[in-house]
Write a protein that binds this ligand. Structure first.
Ligand SMILES: [Ca+2]
Ligand SMILES: [Ca+2]
Length: 257
């Protein structure tokens, strides 16, 4: 059994390397990070308020994965293993403010995200939002809440169970990324168009007639109030028409101002 466990762990750890390519930086969180870094590996349990603020060259942020052996399943008579991200309790307010080269971050299930912690900048002199910023996280997590309320793209991770890939007795759990949710793209074709505004309106009418509530996702709940209703349809239409009329890209922040 030990040998099998070792093989399973080796395979998973090699997979984990995909997520763990950053450079480890040791620092005092209260002093903030070195502003010249290009990558960071979050190992300290939290990211302090404004810790990476103004790290203009920062491109990649990774969070180590670690093995957690979960249990021996008495009924199925097999071991179940799971690997998870290292615990990261908080990414505090404006932790990655003014990091224009950081385009994506993967966030553990339990991490709480503070105000303007990700995807915001005032380098241009006024508050702006990186509309292409991608948050990778888990359904029903605070990362999803932050992406929904702030209109950032969101890619969900889902757990899956694999069995018998290495040893017949072993089960291991891992996660795999699913679709990317783009704010306002309710028909999931990758862009926000008039069809999304029409679709959102149609969803609202259908749900109203059936006495149902629409499902508030990162794509559908662009107002960020945890409801999918007429307000979202109106905002999607406004986002589409404002972008149509403007030469420069109009962000959700602009639309909601
Ligand atoms: Ca669309
Ligand atoms: Ca809404």
């Amino acid at each position: 059994m030990k040998k099998i466990i070792g093989i399973v762990m080796a395979v998973i750890m090699s997979t984990a390397m995909i997520f763990d390519t950053g450079v480890v930086y040791a620092f005092n969180p209260l002093a903030g990070a070195d502003k010249t870094i290009t990558s960071a590996n979050l190992t300290d349990g939290i990211v302090a308020k404004e810790q990476y603020k103004d790290c203009l060259k920062l491109k990649t942020v990774s969070i180590p994965l670690e093995w957690r052996s979960t249990c021996y399943d008495q009924i199925r008579e097999l071991y179940e293993y799971r690997y998870c991200f290292k615990k990261l309790g908080h990414i505090w307010d404006r932790a990655f403010y003014n990091c224009p080269n950081l385009k994506s971050i993967t966030v553990p299930e339990e991490t709480i995200i503070g105000d303007q912690a990700l995807g915001y900048s005032d380098i241009s002199g006024s508050l702006t939002q990186d509309q292409d910023f991608l948050i990778v996280g888990f359904y029903n997590s605070d990362a999803e809440r932050y992406a929904r309320e702030n209109n950032f793209k969101f890619q969900a991770y889902e757990w899956y169970t694999a069995r018998g890939l290495i040893g017949e007795e072993d089960v291991w759990k891992a996660f795999t990324p699913t679709r990317i949710f783009t704010p306002g793209d309710v028909n999931f074709d990758g862009v926000v168009t008039i069809e999304d505004a029409q679709g959102a309106l149609a969803d609202y009418v259908t749900n109203l007639s059936k006495g149902l509530s629409g499902e508030p996702t990162v794509a559908s709940d662009v107002s960020g109030d945890n409801c999918y209703d007429i307000e979202d349809a109106q905002l999607i239409l406004r986002y589409y028409t404002m972008n149509l009329a403007s030469e420069a890209a109009v962000t959700w922040l602009d639309v909601k101002r």
